[in-house]
Design a protein around this ligand. Structure first.
Ligand code: XMP
Length: 321
């Protein structure tokens, strides 16, 4: 039977054996897998781990600070890189979803290489590859789906250039997500990161429909924060597999006080699913949705209309792009 404490000791010993006195590099996404891996590696090799977190400007409100606050006090040698200008510059004028993904993937590698080149040499590259990723990239049933599975493998498995002369450290290769969450609990990862919904590598760029701009991202960030905080506040977060806000390019007429408005429409989406290949829209209570809608239009003046997505997957995908 599965004993998490025992597993942690075993994983630490395995890493120590593999790495010896070598130096380890890890790219942090802010998700549960790479954050847990950072804690495990810090326990195993201490300061010989360097974790790099690239802020591509497509993160949620306060996300970078949350990751720093979660990992640094637990001994992770964490470097955060402000690459916001680089990413937003490259995304300028681009409105095609797959093109956005391509650019973000490419720029991620560029930023990571540029940063790590200054950090001296490393012997190992750690990755938070899980067992299902291993299956998927080995040609599982969904490995050819455009978008999610592809890009997921792009970000998680072999997403970094092949000519990097590192040996890979992948302690989670045999584990499932639940097991990683259990390990995270033992290693002291804060609950809000440990139980977080998945968040795509391209971040808010694929939730800001069409061309991305600093202004639109700023609007979306505030809407997303109200919705996600609301789900937590009302005890609904853990019942959803994923929840998100989308900033649509649609502007419509509204009225605020005596004034006519002409502002953006925000869409909220929440789903339940076992595997993210199919999903149901979450039957959130009407009263909760009403509260969210009120808060959003009151606090985010650029929004005058809020809609809730009642489409399953298929035919819709979870993300809107
Ligand atoms: P879709 O929208 O295809 O999403 O139903 C299924 C799951 O995959 C995530 N997703 C991505 N993750 N890079 C990622 O790392 C991507 O480009 C990407 N696109 C979708 C999505 O958030 C959902 O969990």
């Amino acid at each position: 039977d599965w004993n998490a404490e025992h597993i942690v000791d075993e994983l630490v010993a395995d890493v120590q054996k593999q790495v010896g006195n070598g130096k380890v590099l890890l790219a942090i996404s802010g998700g549960v897998d790479s954050s847990t891996l950072a804690l495990l590696l810090a326990k195993a090799v201490g300061d010989r781990l360097t974790a790099v977190f690239i802020d591509h400007g497509l993160l949620r409100l306060g996300e970078r600070e949350q990751v720093e606050a979660a990992l640094r006090p637990l001994g992770v040698n964490l470097i955060t890189v402000d690459a916001r200008e680089q990413f937003l510059g490259e995304l300028k004028g681009v409105d095609d979803p797959e093109q956005k993904r391509k650019i973000i993937g490419r720029e991620f590698i560029r930023a990571f290489e540029r940063e790590t080149a200054q950090l001296g040499s490393f012997d190992f590259l750690a990755q938070g590859t899980l067992y299902p990723d291993v299956i998927e990239s080995a040609g599982g049933p969904h490995s050819d789906k455009s978008g999610a599975a592809n890009i997921k493998s792009h970000h998680n498995v072999g997403g970094l250039p092949e000519d990097l002369k590192f040996k890979l450290v992948e302690p989670f290769r045999t584990l499932f997500k639940d097991e990683v969450r259990e390990i995270a609990r033992l290693l002291g990862l804060p609950e809000h990161i440990r139980m977080r919904h998945p968040f795509p590598g391209p971040g808010l760029a694929i939730r800001c429909l069409g061309e991305v701009s600093e202004e639109k991202l700023d609007i979306l960030r505030r809407v997303d924060d109200i919705f996600i905080s609301g789900l937590r506040e009302f005890g609904l977060y853990d019942g959803c597999s994923q929840a998100l806000a989308v900033l649509t390019p649609i502007r419509s007429v509204g009225v605020m006080g005596d004034e006519r408005t002409y502002s953006y429409t925000a869409a909220l989406r929440a789903v339940t699913t076992d595997d993210f290949m199919t999903a149901e829209w979450a039957r959130l209570p009407y009263d909760f949705l009403a509260t969210m809608s009120n808060r959003i239009v009151n606090q985010v003046h650029e929004i005058n209309r809020v809609v809730y997505d009642i489409t399953g997957k298929p035919p819709a995908t979870i993300e809107w792009e």
